[in-house]
Ligand binder design. Sequence first.
Ligand SMILES: Nc1ncnc2c1ncn2[C@@H]1O[C@H](COP(=O)(O)OP(=O)(O)OP(=O)(O)O)[C@@H](O)[C@H]1O
Length: 232
Amino acid sequence: MLEIKDLRGGWSETTVVDELSISVRAKETVAVLGRNGVGKTTLLELITGRCRRHSGRVEFDGKDISGLQTQRRAQLGIGYVPQTREVFPSLSVRENINVAARPGFWTESRLLELFPSLARRSSNFAGQLSGGEQQMLAIARALAGNPKLLLMDEPSEGLAPVVVEQLVVAMRELTTSGSLSIILVEQRADIGLELSDRYVVVDRGKIVNEGDSRALIGNDAKIGELIGLSVH
Ligand SMILES: Nc1ncnc2c1ncn2[C@@H]1O[C@H](COP(=O)(O)OP(=O)(O)OP(=O)(O)O)[C@@H](O)[C@H]1O
């Protein structure tokens, strides 16, 4: 459903992602792992069209979307949960969810069921929420657009362990529900591997290793060697 071929791009003239190819099948979750600053966010932003492609192709559902505007890509079914969350602070939880909603499985009530902490605060302004709740809201808002592909950038970053646990429960539901394809950028390799079918390791804008996530779970020595990340 997503085919990226020899993609190069970055911020203005700077190349961050370099000749990267990856494909994601329907209903598959792929974890993107790697150290800070290797280009994981930039890869997601190239898929959404938020940063500059220098060469290569991005195909979505068999269509070349490389030259399309970000909004058009979203309309075609690419949802994005940016690292900075970008919820609208002066809109309520409900309003944030509905701002870009489109018909489909994910209705407001299903989303509030998926995230019980949001249900309890549905009338609050997003700006009053904790970091964890804002992260849940960013995911809920992206899902409300009923995407076919969801891109998530480090959802667990900066959150307390108990909140990360709640988030993982909801994300597990998403990855096992079987209707979405997901690319999950995650600093926490243990979380990324647990939630994904396959993983890729990015280093200096290229994929340097990939494989079946289950084969790597628990193999901390190998994870450390591949990524140099702490697993807990
Ligand atoms: N919005 C931006 N504008 C300009 N440069 C950027 C922007 N975002 C990232 N970069 C640059 O692109 C390079 C790769 O960063 P990127 O955020 O893609 O890496 P990352 O692997 O996601 O790391 P992190 O885990 O720290 O987010 C870095 O040199 C970074 O400074």
